[in-house]
Write a protein that binds this ligand. Structure first.
Ligand code: CO8
Length: 259
């Protein structure tokens, strides 16, 4: 049987990760979660990989949530551990020093919306549908949705969507800042690649240090301003920092080496 998560290498150090369980609209069962964790960990460690795109197979669904069949068998203890484990996997994505873009090609509901929100940026096709419908199932999000939705669209709107379980279409998601861009379905991958390539022109050190500071926002265990000063110094002291500033003064394009 094909793996439920696969990856392929595209041009310029970009890896495309695809979740493929089409019969269940790419729902996240434990096998998918394990494979996703393995693949993302490997790609983060691989020197040749500079950025990652995550998408779902087919044209209907990104990820339609956690696998509801599996949820029906969970007891209390197991539910806590499944939830914490899933949160850890999504934190691995969020804390990646390499930029990760969700290319949302359809339903991004429940765990699917949570996965998209854990990525650094989100591009949606016109047919994308976001939402946290867990309330309709008598449950709540368990992969960080109650926290990340507030961070992305604010407490007022997040409370409304978390308590109503209503869907959010692509245009509304764009208006609310839940996604960065909306495009035609046929152009989704190209649009995500274009956005990633623009970022990857820059120093990988500056990218990683920026991402780390962004993740410190709203994190009670981190002082974002202090971290910014330290990361600023790391960049200034790097070869790329020197190259970028000197190239500006010499009126030429910098050549970044990731050092
Ligand atoms: N889990 C399992 N199977 C699913 C899921 C899912 N989340 N979503 C769809 N499927 C299956 C359907 O059961 C159906 O299977 P079958 O053909 O065998 O009947 C197949 O996929 C196709 O789905 P539909 O026939 O329903 O397709 P429609 O086009 O009519 O509807 C929808 C598409 C609107 C996406 C609909 O399938 C739907 O509402 N899905 C469920 C969405 C949802 O509620 N998601 C949230 C799940 S809960 C969650 O994500 C919690 C996350 C945290 C967990 C933490 C602890 C583990």
């Amino acid at each position: 049987m094909d793996s439920p998560v696969i990856y392929e290498l595209l041009e310029e150090g970009i890896a495309l990760v695809t979740i493929q369980r089409p019969k269940a609209l790419n729902a996240l069962n434990q096998e998918v979660m394990l494979k996703l964790e393995q693949i993302i960990s490997d790609l983060i460690c691989k020197e040749s990989i500079r950025g990652i795109i995550i998408t779902g197979s087919g044209s209907k669904s990104f990820v339609a949530g956690a696998d509801i069949t599996e949820l029906t068998t969970l007891g209390y203890e197991e539910a806590v551990s499944f939830s914490l484990r899933g949160q850890k996997i999504f934190q691995l994505i969020e804390n990646s020093p390499k930029p990760i873009i969700a290319a949302v090609n359809g339903f991004a509901l429940g765990g699917g919306c949570e996965l998209a929100m854990a990525c650094h940026l989100r591009i949606a096709s016109e047919n994308a549908v976001f939402g946290q419908p867990e309330i309709k199932l008598g449950i709540i999000p368990g992969y960080g949705g109650t926290q990340r939705l507030i961070r992305l669209i604010g407490k007022t709107k997040a409370t409304e969507y978390l308590l109503s379980g209503e869907n959010i279409n692509a245009d509304t998601a764009l208006e609310m800042g839940l996604v960065n861009k909306v495009c035609l379905q046929g152009e989704l991958l190209e649009t995500a690649k274009e956005m990633l390539k623009k970022i990857l022109k820059f120093s990988s050190i500056a990218i990683a240090n920026t991402l780390e500071c962004i993740q410190a926002y709203d994190n009670p265990h981190k002082n974002g301003f202090e971290l910014e000063a330290i990361n600023f110094a790391k960049c200034i002291a790097s070869e790329d920092g020197k190259e970028g500033t000197i190239a500006f003064l010499e009126k030429r394009t910098p050549i970044f080496k990731g050092k």
